[in-house]
Design a protein around this ligand. Structure first.
Ligand SMILES: [Zn+2]
Length: 300
């Protein structure tokens, strides 16, 4: 079973105040994809390649790439932007449940919320009881740290239902502990909540892959999705995969992911799939990274 551990769905009414949202996205893209030769990311590119009113673009991409199921991650930008979405944020989350019902077995819906929202923990508990999300997405670059006390009620819900929290796991420009996703904050969280299942997304991004690899070894419930590693030079990708093998001994906590639709304009999924297959791993290990390990981790 092929599982994409990291996708997003931009339906149009979920992102916050489209102008500001597109500005944020363009800034992120300039930072990351600016590193990719030939990328020229404009607000028009965002609109043209990401907009997906009914989710059919996500499903069509999955079909084309041979992906059976995808984790879909809502990101709550409301507090960062100081403006609310075109629809209520809880309704935005709920749309992911509806999408999962529309495409049975294809969508693995996570819940996304900024922990600084008033009663965030209570909202998550209620929505979790009603709809059974498969995990929680937190995006610390919005201006908080995973170890913040505001996150604790959300973790209690994750523990109660035995579902993971997935953090954006790459730098957002500070390269220091001021950065919301810095490994130090994730370590503090896991020291306090050792039973909490964690996915550190993007394999630590450009700068924190060594920390990520050490954490795979140190913390039993710490895992990673390697979306974003499609953007690395080929040799660096190989070096990082070898390093995981050397430090950890296996790839059982390493999950395939794409960050659909973010990198589609410059590095679509088939490029990454070919790269993983090109590692020449034993077939069961390759199938593990491509989805079998995620299936076990998510309890599907
Ligand atoms: Zn993402």
């Amino acid at each position: 079973m092929v599982i994409d551990m990291h996708t997003h769905w931009f339906s149009g009414d979920m992102p916050f105040s489209p102008a500001k949202w597109k500005e944020t996205i363009k800034g992120t893209m300039d930072m990351y994809l600016g590193l990719v030769p030939g990328s020229n990311f404009t607000e028009e590119t965002v609109e043209a390649t990401w907009a997906d009113p009914d989710g059919s673009r996500l499903i069509a991409t999955m079909d084309a790439d041979g992906v059976d199921a995808a984790v879909v991650l809502p990101i709550d930008y409301g507090i960062l932007h100081g403006e609310e979405a075109n629809i209520d944020w809880r309704a935005a989350n709920k749309k992911h449940i509806e999408l999962a019902k529309k495409y049975p077995g294809r969508i693995i819906p996570f819940y996304g919320i900024d922990p600084r929202r008033e009663n965030a923990g209570q909202m998550f508990a209620e929505d979790m009881a009603a709809d059974g999300y498969k995990g929680l997405k937190l995006y610390p670059p919005c201006g908080f740290f995973p170890s913040d006390e505001a996150c604790w009620p959300l973790y209690e819900v994750c523990l109660e239902y035995d579902i993971p929290v997935l953090y954006h796991g790459a730098d957002s420009g500070f390269f220091s502990e001021n950065d919301g996703s810095h490994p130090a904050h994730v370590r503090r969280t896991m020291d306090k909540f050792p039973d909490l299942k964690v996915v550190y997304a993007h394999g630590g991004g450009f700068h924190w892959s060594e920390d990520m690899t050490q954490m795979l070894k140190e913390y039993p419930n710490f895992t990673t999705d390697i979306s974003a590693w499609v953007l690395l030079p080929e040799e660096e990708f190989q070096r990082r995969m070898d390093r995981i093998k050397e430090v950890v001994g296996d790839y059982k906590k390493v999950f395939y992911g794409t960050d659909h639709p973010v990198y589609n304009p410059v590095a679509p999924a088939p490029v990454f799939i070919a790269r993983i297959k090109g590692l020449g791993l034993p077939k069961d290990v390759e199938a593990g990274i491509m989805g079998d390990y995620a299936k076990a981790f998510l309890g599907l």
